[in-house]
Write a protein that binds this ligand. Sequence first.
Ligand code: TYD
Length: 215
Amino acid sequence: MATSGLFISFEGIDGAGKSTHIDGLAQAFRAHGRVVTMTREPGGTPLAEKLRVMVLNDAMDAMTEALLVFAARRDHLQQCIEPALARGEVVLCDRFTDSTFAYQGGGRGFDLTILATLEQWVQTQQEAGADVVRQPDLTLWFDLPPDLAAQRLTGVRLPDRFEAQPIAFFKQVSEGYRQRMTSDRPRFVQIDASNTRDAVWLAVLKAVQSKGWLA
Ligand code: TYD
């Protein structure tokens, strides 16, 4: 039987420290003989990477921001994620739609019902003749208090439009993540990102192994 694809997304506010663990998980899956596609949102295709530059740098209202991240997501799904899953690969995606609910919904206060409609439009795929709304098989939410995240980000590099936001914005983003997790509990594992890097890595590994992967 063909190996089935796995779709894992990584979420959290800026500074929560997901990147090193995405790399670590890619290595672990490769050591188990799996082919891994590492990708990110907004981005992951030439078109979506162009949209990313706009979203991160150009002034725009919340609706424009939401439409651009979903346009990028559509291209990313069609060109990168769906084909990789169809080939049976492990797709590790740095951010996905939960970021939109957290940042545009929670942070910017944009209408969650409209986001849910866009999610249905953009993520609906044909699978065995039926429509399914593509979602990650597992989402790791790196949860870190916004004041700690701000300390970690200080002076690292020139902040983009999101990183430049005040702590109050990131409190709303965190609340957006919390709500989103509550609405789809089985998909999420909440990771306490204030722990040491080693402890966070063990939590990441445990979350993946508890799904029966990397066992
Ligand atoms: P991020 O993925 O954290 O990359 P880097 O560490 O290189 O800055 O940055 C992407 C930013 O885009 C992040 O601040 C969150 C934001 N974002 C949204 O606002 N909505 C979305 O739907 C996505 C995917 C990201």
